[in-house]
Design a protein around this ligand. Structure first.
Ligand SMILES: *Cc1c(COP(=O)(O)O)cnc(C)c1O
Length: 348
């Protein structure tokens, strides 16, 4: 029935474009642990420039980028303020505790977006017998809240107040380019006052592997050591960086189409009986909807969808996530809508 699989589980499933594959094949390379890979160096320089920062470093994954930042900004026994459903809190193997020795201080929100007043309430009193807050982390866009956004103004306000309280701010910007596209601004403006920023090359931007951490010259020098400590020093990584360069130059302009597709998907899903979803809250490429009223679990519905070649993720007993990206076009979205309508039909 269905020619190709429509994979909406995540934007991590994007495959490198023909241009990326050509650039990878032809990349000039050297040993990056010696700092001698010209393509990695170019990617890092270009990323630093785009974020208006001194330096950047190419890392194997977003999780490693976040962990490096946490390790540099904290000491064992100190605390990291984060949103409860943040990637650093839920999807990184508790590495901040297991490896950096830091303790998450999570804050529950309805939409994934922290306010200064919520953060301030969780800063530990400066008393010698309390563990001390060392870092504030923000996630933009917020994955598990459905791709929700921090504005440049809110991020700057939180950074100003955190700095006044003596705390650095790390931005998990795995999808910061989606946020910039949705808000009509630049990644530099959106993250201007953050002390470090991680973003993914391997999600909506379509590169096969890698993330980038940006910050001050001192911070990135420290990051180079921690990356090596974690086993993340890579040799002829220029073959990967070549795809990353195309990802940051070419892919951001494709993101508005992913956002339009997510909006179309959300509006159609919201009208289906059994679905709980506010389509107005879908601003980027992530659609998370409730199916409790359908009387079926997310796993059951995802299994039914899978039989029609539509892949989605159950992200809770009764929540399903669909993520749009450049490997799914409007036809694929329409197929996903039709298949979901069928899967939710009584007796399906
Ligand atoms: C995917 C993701 C990461 C981690 O990226 P990996 O490369 O998969 O380790 C970090 N933060 C957020 C918000 C993400 O969605």
């Amino acid at each position: 029935m269905s020619e190709t699989v429509v994979d909406l589980r995540s934007d991590t499933v994007t495959r490198p474009t023909p241009a990326m594959r050509r650039a990878m094949a032809e990349a000039e390379v050297g040993d990056d642990v010696y700092g001698e890979d010209p393509t990695v160096n170019r990617l890092e320089e270009r990323a630093a420039e785009m974020f208006a920062r001194e330096k950047a470093i190419f890392v194997p994954s977003g999780s490693m980028g976040n962990l490096i930042a946490v390790k540099l900004w904290t000491r064992p026994g100190t605390e990291v303020i984060c949103e409860r459903k943040a990637h650093v809190n839920q999807y990184e193997m508790a590495s901040m505790a297991a490896i950096a020795g830091a303790f998450p201080r999570p804050i529950s929100t309805a939409d994934g977006i922290l306010s200064w007043s919520a953060i301030e309430a969780e800063i530990r009193p400066k008393t010698y017998y309390f563990s001390q807050t060392a870092l504030v982390t923000l996630e933009n866009t917020h994955n598990m809240a459905g791709g929700t956004l921090y504005s440049a103004e809110l991020t700057a306000e939180i950074c100003d107040r955190a700095h006044a309280a003596g705390l650095p701010v790390h931005l998990d910007g795995a999808r910061i380019f989606n946020a910039a596209a949705a808000l009509g601004t630049t990644v530099a403006k959106l993250s201007a006052k953050c002390d470090s920023v991680m973003f993914s090359l391997s999600k909506g931007l379509g590169a096969p592997v890698g993330s980038i951490l940006v910050g001050s010259g001192d911070f990135i020098a420290g990051a180079r050591s921690v990356r090596k400590l974690l086993g993340g020093g890579m040799r002829q990584a220029g073959v990967l960086a070549a795809a990353g360069l195309i990802a940051i130059e070419e892919s951001p302009k494709l993101l508005p189409e992913d956002h339009r597709n997510a909006r179309r998907l959300a509006e159609a899903l919201a009208e289906m009986p059994g679905v709980t979803l506010d389509p107005g809250a879908v601003r980027t490429n992530i659609v998370i909807f409730g199916v409790e009223k359908s009387g079926r679990t997310a796993a059951e519905i995802c299994a039914t969808l899978g039989k029609s070649g539509i892949l989605a993720s159950g992200v809770g007993l009764h929540s399903i996530r669909m993520v749009t990206h450049f490997d799914v076009n409007r036809d694929g979205i329409e197929r996903a809508i039709a298949a979901t309508r069928e899967a939710l039909a009584p007796g399906a």
